[in-house]
Design a protein around this ligand. Structure first.
Ligand SMILES: *Cc1c(COP(=O)(O)O)cnc(C)c1O
Length: 358
């Protein structure tokens, strides 16, 4: 169903294939001592991060237009040329990706006619907003599909299409924090950095848990860390596919560890399925992600295995938790339960298209 998997997950993450020559970043100048020279020299240097300084590799400058038709004509020709070369480099680079976008034109053809519209799904997908140019009807269709996949009743779930996997994690962990304001966040050390970013943003106490060789969370270590903080509820990030090793945490064992250590009804589980969340239900013997288990939220990414052409993701949680989280924002006539305000209205169309095509 989802994007063709003719490479390992590692290829996707680490971009193992060499990039085409035309835009090999190694050949681009990395002038760390001042302004870039715009495309020459400095090749072969390894990438360095210098804090406090922006590295300018080659960029396409913007210059002020002039009141001269001839110049305008030249400008248009220049712009068209730059974009055509960019398109060519995208085609080249895409070949070295996972293979999916080659089907893009074909698969998403019918969506081309919608690209001219500024579609914005501002705010909560389940509440009409004042902004009319939206794609909520598609968004909710996609959300229904995911809720069904993860076994949560239509009238018991809430969710939205996010701008990326990180936003899903920020949301899931925030919901957990609202449900348990004094909860401690637990996450295996192989968790995506967005989980630790959430901890910093929300100023939560965060405990890193060790992992097994496979990259899965080590439940023995988890249990002993829980015992050090018995008095505080637990908010846990469970990985359904870690970024580097693709490891899937044993959800059932995580739940068992919590209950065994006296945390029954005092925990919130967010499942980070950015990488594999959508594949797991179709893989036999994989730990099942289901809201029939005591989990609070699940997020997946739309641009990794699903193959959407823009970053996006899906976040599903229990409706009852959202009532804790949201406060009214009057001018939108909407409940304020999303992390972002304006949201990409094209992403739901692509996801809808993709899920329908399976
Ligand atoms: C990629 C990834 C994320 C973050 O997703 P973005 O869409 O890049 O924000 C989170 N968790 C895991 C496991 C990931 O692989």
């Amino acid at each position: 169903m989802v994007g063709s998997l003719n490479g390992s997950s590692m290829d996707l993450i680490q971009n193992a294939e060499p990039l085409p020559e035309e835009i090999d970043p190694k050949a681009m100048p990395l002038d760390l001592n001042g302004e870039s020279d715009g495309g020459r020299g400095g090749g072969g240097k390894s990438r360095q991060i210098v804090l406090g300084r922006n590295v300018h590799t080659s960029c396409f400058e913007i210059s002020e237009p002039e009141d001269d038709d001839e110049v305008t004509g030249e400008r248009e020709a220049y712009m068209a040329g730059v974009l055509a070369r960019y398109r060519k480099s995208l085609l080249e680079r895409t070949k070295h990706h996972l293979g999916y976008p080659y089907n893009l034109d074909f698969d998403y053809g019918a969506l081309g006619q919608l690209q001219h519209f500024s579609i914005n799904n501002l705010g909560d997908p389940f509440i009409e907003s004042n902004y009319g140019v939206h794609s909520r009807q598609f968004e909710v269709g996609v959300l229904d599909w995911f809720a069904r996949l993860w076994e949560l009743e239509r009238n018991e779930y809430w969710g939205y299409i996010t701008n990326c996997g990180t936003e899903g994690n920020l949301h899931g962990i925030l919901v957990g924090r609202e449900v348990f304001p004094d909860g401690i966040l637990y996450a295996s050390k192989e968790s995506h950095y967005s989980v630790f970013k959430a901890a910093r943003m929300y100023r939560m106490d965060c405990v890193k848990v060790g992992t097994l060789m496979s990259g899965e969370i080590d439940c023995a270590d988890f249990g002993s860390k829980l015992l050090l903080n018995k008095e505080k509820p637990a908010i846990i990030n469970v990985n359904i596919g870690t970024t580097v090793k693709g490891a899937v945490d044993d959800l059932d064992m995580v739940i068992e560890t919590l209950e065994k250590n006296g945390f029954k009804d005092r925990f919130y589980i967010h499942c980070d399925g950015a990488l594999f969340g959508l594949m797991m239900p179709f893989v036999k013997r994989a730990p099942k992600v289901s809201f029939k288990k005591p989990i609070g939220s699940v997020s997946v990414s739309g641009h990794k295995f699903v193959g959407c052409p823009m970053p996006c993701g899906v976040q599903i949680t229990r409706l009852k938790h959202i009532n804790t989280l949201s406060s009214n924002v009057e001018y939108l006539a909407s409940r304020d339960a999303t992390i972002m305000g304006s949201r990409n209205g094209h992403a739901p169309l692509f996801l809808w298209n993709r899920c329908n095509a399976q």
